[in-house]
Ligand binder design. Structure first.
Ligand SMILES: O=C(O)C1=C[C@@H](OP(=O)(O)O)[C@@H](O)[C@H](O)C1
Ligand SMILES: C=C(OP(=O)(O)O)C(=O)O
Length: 434
């Protein structure tokens, strides 16, 4: 939806239907790296339609093409030409895709060609130094094109491993750790990571190891130490489950509806995705979940609850959804585990504070604890929500159309990053889009 803004309304406030969500972006992006390193042994089913996944898929094809080009140039050059040749740099631009950036930063070191790995303006402000330092300790040749610690990166692929036992800081992004674990079994000496400090977004690391295990790559995780020996994957298929982060917006919609009921096919009680934490969280905001043969059923209920404290360290991508629902329902809550939100697609704390302020809610920080205050919440006739190039801002605020007469969402195309059919699915459930 390439419009500057859209206006959303929902007259009846009744929701009742089935929505088929696309595959998990996180699982898909891991599956693509695992497949790329599998020498044709691994296939994937139900790959996500997320733009971040499409971007990673294209980047991996580009990397393979770069290898063929480098080989052709080397084969046709005389030995004098080879000695004097200036290296060819292949530029890969992954736009705003964080996991693509982090996963490729390790993967491209294994590819015998030279790469400039870059991304959107925001991506160039998202830190990557911890991962680059770890890879350099392993023996990788990586330089910063511009600012130390940030993309773009110059990567000379074709890897000679030095050490195989390295420490890595865990509290900034788990994606650095997943990135290293995804390539670990392809390293000559394998890899042992010792996680220093508190690990953020832990379920994403478990997801990485579980998916490696699905293709026959064993690992051990004891205390702070994760080890993966050199191994080859077995012939296998990775099935990508629908995206639980995307499901969270349907929880929000049911929570703010009158008697809403939604079926989400394909979501399982046992998921690799930590964002299934939304099942428990939303019990406290009027949504009951039931796993049935045809999928997950969400039903609006009036259950009373006095739970007020919610921690998002293991599920940071749910924070925006929950803040907006709690604000709209006038439930004051306390939130912790939001430290990494400032370095995601946008500074999500500032973005949330600005936008919930437009209907009277406040998010106040004291020593890394966030207090949502809803006493002054009111229903404006219309409000316009800025999305800050963040898909989750658009999707978290859209359900407010069930509370206000109308809501405008600016730059609605941002949803493509993880859930391209979001607006189409909203229309299928009675939302009017102008
Ligand atoms: O590994 C992954 O697929 C992800 C890990 C999380 O990032 P951090 O580890 O940076 O919190 C999450 O926010 C992101 O959307 C996806
Ligand atoms: C943080 C996110 O993505 P990434 O870090 O992969 O850009 C997200 O999808 O909310």
């Amino acid at each position: 939806m390439k419009q500057a803004s859209i206006q959303l309304t929902h007259i009846s406030k009744k929701i009742n239907g089935t929505v088929q969500l696309t595959g998990s972006k996180s699982e898909s992006n891991r599956a693509l790296i695992i497949q790329a390193l599998s020498q044709g042994r691994v296939s994937i089913e139900n790959l996500s339609e997320a733009a971040d996944t499409v971007t990673l898929e294209k980047a991996l094809q580009q990397a393979q093409a770069a290898v063929s080009n480098t080989a052709t140039q080397t084969n046709t050059a005389t030995s004098d030409q080879q000695d004097n040749a200036t290296p060819v740099w292949n530029t890969i631009d992954i736009g705003p895709a964080g996991t693509a950036m982090r996963f490729l930063t390790s993967y491209l070191n294994l590819v015998p060609a030279n790469f400039i790995l870059t991304g959107s303006e925001r991506m160039q402000q998202r830190p990557i130094g911890i991962l680059v330092d770890a890879l350099k300790t392993l023996g990788a040749a990586i330089q910063y094109e511009d600012k130390n610690g940030y993309p773009p990166l110059k990567i000379e692929g074709g890897f000679l491993q030095g050490q195989n036992n390295i420490p890595i800081q865990g509290n900034i992004s788990s994606q650095y750790i997943s990135s290293l674990l995804l390539v670990a079994s392809s390293l000559e000496k394998g890899l042992t990571l010792t996680i220093a400090g508190e690990l953020t977004s832990k379920p994403y690391v478990s997801m990485t190891l579980a998916m490696l295990n699905e293709v026959g790559i064993a690992s051990s995780w004891s205390g702070d130490e994760i080890t993966i020996a050199p191994q080859v994957p077995s012939k296998s298929t990775l099935f990508v489950e629908p995206d639980w982060s995307a499901a969270s917006y349907w929880y929000a919609i049911v929570a703010l509806s009158d008697n809403g009921h939604i079926v989400l096919p394909g979501l399982k009680r046992h998921s690799l995705q930590g964002d299934m934490a939304i099942v428990d969280i939303m019990q406290h905001f009027g949504v009951a979940s039931s796993f049935q043969e045809d999928g997950l059923h969400l039903t609006r209920v009036d259950a009373a609850t006095d739970k007020k404290e919610f921690d998002f360290k293991e599920c940071p991508d749910l924070a925006q959804t929950v803040v907006v629902v709690a604000a709209a329902r006038k439930q004051d809550i306390t939130l912790t585990g939001l430290e990494t939100l400032k370095i995601k697609e946008t500074n999500r704390i500032a973005a949330l504070q600005n936008e919930i302020g437009k209907f009277g809610a406040k998010l106040i920080e004291e020593n890394q604890v966030y207090y949502l205050k809803t006493a002054d919440v009111y229903a404006p006739e219309s409000i316009s929500i800025q999305t800050y190039e963040d898909h989750r801002m658009a999707m978290a605020f859209a359900p407010l159309a069930l509370c206000f007469q109308s809501i405008t969402i600016e730059e609605p195309q941002v949803v493509e990053k993880s859930y391209p059919d979001f607006w189409k699915h909203l229309q299928s459930q009675g939302f009017k889009i102008n």
